[in-house]
Design a protein around this ligand. Structure first.
Ligand code: SF4
Length: 331
């Protein structure tokens, strides 16, 4: 990433990471802000500026550190070193929280966040799992900050608990030689290449995500696969059949021995529709009135008929190609 403008909270430059980022991007224009949560000149931009705003960087200090209990793949969702993302998936869940301001925000107080993580982990008499990537893509963030490498090494020295994160990126090379001690779980989020091309703008290709997953397994990490989100485009059935065929042919045996699947169907919203129509007028329209139904507060999900058909096909493909592997959940 090479931002033209960096918005920053003044105090963030007192932190080592803030100083590093200042050196790294000193040729950018730096604009002082009061609060990373509220930058009026960005908030007041029209929706058509969405993609341009994603090229900016925001640097601040994370003030809220509340862990949210979770029961899917982890025990807690943890607010960690970034929020938002510089990629532009048309369905991105972060748009529901941040609307058009879902650009990448980096938080420099990483020592404070890691120390809470380790303390909470050590206070528990059981091994807790912390989802640290629910607010951004930490593999992508790591290319700018090195935060994920730093976290994996430090958390690896701990004797209790696990951290887990999903990603749609292949830049895992810097993670391969780390002393993770088996305490980090990296889950690769996969979709058919045609859906990546049409919907997941700025993310890694399917082939590269698969290669990255094979290498992180080879490096001894615990791994998982998210089929997420399942998008029921016109030719969805043939695309997902093809996806599972590719996976069965290209995933390494070590991945196949261990992998657990998570399957998540796409949730869309009125806000996504408005932003995407203005920001990406030539992109595919993900809202399909024949297949979707309202889900409260301006959200849409697939109706029971479409959803059941999708779920049946995905379950059948997993059963055919990965008969020994578990599906953790389908939502
Ligand atoms: S990679 Fe993840 S966080 Fe980034 S835009 Fe896509 S869905 Fe959102």
């Amino acid at each position: 990433m090479n931002p033209k403008i960096v918005y920053y909270e003044e105090e963030s430059l007192n932190y080592p990471l803030g100083k590093n980022l200042f050196e790294k991007f000193k040729s950018a224009e730096w604009i002082k802000i009061e609060n990373h949560n509220n930058i009026p000149e960005l908030r007041n931009n029209p929706n058509c500026e969405f993609a341009r705003m994603k090229q900016n960087l925001v640097i601040g200090i994370r003030k809220t550190h509340k862990y949210v209990p979770n029961s899917k793949i982890s025990d807690f969702l943890v607010p960690y070193t970034s929020s938002g993302c510089s990629a532009m998936c048309l369905y991105c869940y972060l748009v529901c929280n941040y609307n058009k301001c879902s650009y990448l925000r980096l938080f420099v107080n990483r020592e404070q966040m890691l120390s809470k993580l380790i303390k909470t982990s050590n206070q528990s008499c059981t091994d807790l799992t912390f989802e640290i990537g629910s607010n951004s893509d930490l593999v992508l963030e790591n290319t700018i900050t090195g935060n994920l490498e730093w976290t994996i090494e430090h958390f690896g020295k701990n004797e209790r608990g696990y951290i887990t994160l999903p990603t749609k990126f292949d830049m895992v090379e810097p993670l391969l030689s780390l002393n993770h001690k088996g305490r980090t779980i990296i889950r690769m989020s996969l979709n058919p290449q045609e859906i990546i091309n049409k919907v997941e703008f700025g993310t890694s290709s399917l082939t590269n995500r698969i290669k990255a997953l094979n290498s992180i397994k080879e490096a001894g990490y615990k791994i998982g696969i998210l089929i997420a989100p399942v998008v029921l485009v016109e030719n969805w059935a043939s695309l997902y059949i093809q996806l599972f065929k590719i996976l069965s042919e290209t995933l390494s045996q070590k991945v196949k021995n261990e992998v657990i699947f998570e399957v998540i169907f796409m949730t869309y919203s009125y806000v996504h529709r408005m932003i995407n129509a203005e920001a990406f007028p030539n992109a595919i329209d993900l809202y399909d009135k024949n297949k979707m139904t309202g889900r409260g507060r301006g959200k849409y999900c697939y109706n029971p008929i479409a959803r059941n058909e999708g779920e049946a096909l995905i379950r059948a493909e997993i059963a055919q190609h990965f008969p020994e592997n578990k599906i953790m959940y389908v939502v």
